[in-house]
Design a protein around this ligand. Structure first.
Ligand code: PMM
Length: 269
């Protein structure tokens, strides 16, 4: 069954849920609710990656993230930490996190590769070109699928040369990161090309702007959650390993449908 990573943004400024879970108790309660609704993993982040977001000091990021990681691990929850900072990743792994989810795939912090390789933790290698701030022009692609898959493949090869075990790596095309709506849809329609790397694929489409642009009323979270769940079902149908989402309940239903569909294909129903 496709894994559900429930998003827990412990930030004041994430685009859809900034400020909601800054308080530790509220954050833990929300995370446990997501687990009860069917999340397999809770992805805890303390720095917003939305376009134009201010970078957060590592000390502040740790202050936001670590108590929540510790408490969730204590309660038996599998935790991933969403960070571009090696020091935060190392501290979260010490606190019991199982996965490092780095939207820069190790490119933002030169220490990150060593931290994940030495710890033996699982590592999400997301496709990333640059911080999403005004100093970087929009990314250009001649062939978005070939370039995204090729750049991820290169990063994976570098990690393996440095000593990473391939079965610790998960790949993610980084929807919306230096990609416009057309780029995102083109990548989604060619997930088989990413899957051909032979590593588990994670997709993070939840509530992103390209879904809001698609549907009437798409500015509203409910509409985006429905669109996000449809993407999750289609991605699951393509065999992805996991989806990173805000609305766990709707996603669970969507994934049940995709799983039943696939069972039907095998004639096992
Ligand atoms: N997107 C965001 C943050 N972290 N991690 C992975 N692996 N993949 C993503 O697509 C991704 C991510 C930005 O979304 P948010 O502000 O809703 O967390």
């Amino acid at each position: 069954m496709t894994q559900i990573l429930g998003i827990l943004n412990v930030t004041p400024d994430s685009f859809s849920d900034g400020g909601l879970w800054l308080d530790r108790e509220a954050a833990v309660r929300h995370a446990l609710g997501m687990v009860a609704r069917g999340a397999d993993i809770i992805d805890v982040g303390g720095e917003s990656t939305r376009p134009g977001a201010q970078r957060v000091a590592v000390s502040e990021e740790k202050r936001r993230v670590l108590p929540v990681v510790r408490e969730l691990v204590d309660k038996g929850v599998t935790v991933s930490v969403d960070t571009m900072n090696a020091a935060t990743a190392a501290a979260a792994l010490d606190a019991g996190a199982a996965i490092v989810n780095d939207v820069s795939g190790g490119l933002a912090d030169p220490e990150m590769d060593d931290v994940v390789i030495e710890s033996g933790a699982r590592f999400v290698v997301m496709h990333w070109r640059a911080h999403l701030d005004k100093t970087h022009p929009p990314a250009r692609y001649d062939d978005v699928v070939a370039e995204v898959v090729g750049e991820i493949e290169y990063r994976v090869a570098e990690l393996i040369v440095k000593g990473a075990h391939p079965d610790r790596l998960i790949v993610d095309p980084g929807l919306g990161f230096s990609k416009n709506a057309d780029h995102n849809w083109t990548v989604l329609a060619h997930l088989d090309r990413l899957a051909a790397l032979g590593l588990p694929v994670l997709i993070g489409a939840s509530r992103k702007r390209f879904l809001g642009e698609l549907v009437p009323g798409g500015a509203q979270l409910g509409e985006r959650d429905l669109a996000s769940a449809v993407v999750a079902a289609l991605a699951a149908h393509e065999g992805v390993w996991g989806v990173r989402v805000h609305d766990v309940s709707t996603t669970r239903t969507a994934l049940e449908v995709a799983a039943a569909w696939n069972r039907g294909k095998d004639g096992r129903r």
